[in-house]
Design a protein around this ligand. Structure first.
Ligand code: COA
Length: 214
């Protein structure tokens, strides 16, 4: 069973699951949480490998990260912070949200934490929240051809190459890949993991306490 807990009105959402890695948590941050995470996120983004995979060309400061989160939210997007046992691991977001369509991006920040299965877990978690809580019906992602980890991760999620005009409109370079999720494949591939997720609204007065009450 998927568990939805909480009250309506522009809520922030969290998703939790115990795992072999530890307690995985993805959550839409408060502004204070964005400020607290911004320095570490800037560092993750500025790592040369991550920057290349994300096609970031500029070094980011903590202030840039705060501004990017603000722009993302102002545009209707949904950023998530990703934690394992309370330690920040990276972030993910749904951007360009329009007509229940969105574009997905994710980063497991520390190189030492990549390729250990975390990206796949977090991606499943936030996709489930997108579908159940955020009203997003279709999700796309774009990947540069050299980003093998990202391509494999989204294929495992259930994404398939997407040649539709909409998908193609999202790519920045001719050889970028546009992919779109197949929810049936997603459900089939992750049934057990999905059954253990708790998707909950956060209590704005006590966001951390609310997350832990289930
Ligand atoms: C892309 C990213 C989120 C994937 O998360 P991750 O935790 O590293 O990936 P996972 O461990 O969940 O692995 C997912 C799959 O990719 C494969 N994979 C992981 N790293 C790989 C690599 N360097 N080369 C090839 N395949 C790789 C894994 O083996 C796994 O497939 P498998 O289960 O068939 O073996 C992470 O590597 C990352 O943040 N990279 C930098 C930023 C980025 O590229 N973001 C995505 C932009 S679209």
């Amino acid at each position: 069973m998927y568990v939805l807990v909480g009250m309506p009105v522009t809520p922030l959402w969290s998703i939790e699951v115990p795992s072999a890695h530890g307690l995985l948590r993805a959550f839409e941050p408060t502004q204070a949480e964005v400020l607290a995470a911004a320095g570490a996120l800037a560092g993750f983004n500025n790592d040369s490998h991550n920057a290349a995979m994300l096609t970031n060309t500029l070094e980011l400061t903590a202030s840039d990260v705060v501004e990017l989160y603000r722009e993302l939210r102002d545009g209707g997007g949904h950023p998530f912070l990703l934690e394992c046992d309370g330690i920040l691991m990276g972030d993910a977001d749904f951007r360009g949200v329009k007509n229940a369509h969105a574009e997905f991006a994710i980063m497991v920040g520390a190189r030492s934490e990549q390729s250990r299965g975390l990206g796949t877990c977090y991606a499943v978690m936030v996709h489930q929240a997108a579908r159940l809580a955020l009203g997003i019906r279709q999700v796309f992602c774009t990947i540069i051809p050299t980003n093998l980890a990202s391509r494999r991760m989204v294929e495992k999620l259930g994404y398939r190459l997407d040649k539709s005009p909409y998908g193609q409109s999202l790519i920045e370079a001719d050889d970028d890949l546009a992919m779109a999720i197949d929810w049936q494949a997603f459900d089939l591939a992750h049934a057990d993991f999905l059954s253990r997720l708790v998707v909950a609204k956060r209590d704005p007065g006590n966001p951390i306490g609310a997350d832990r009450c289930r």
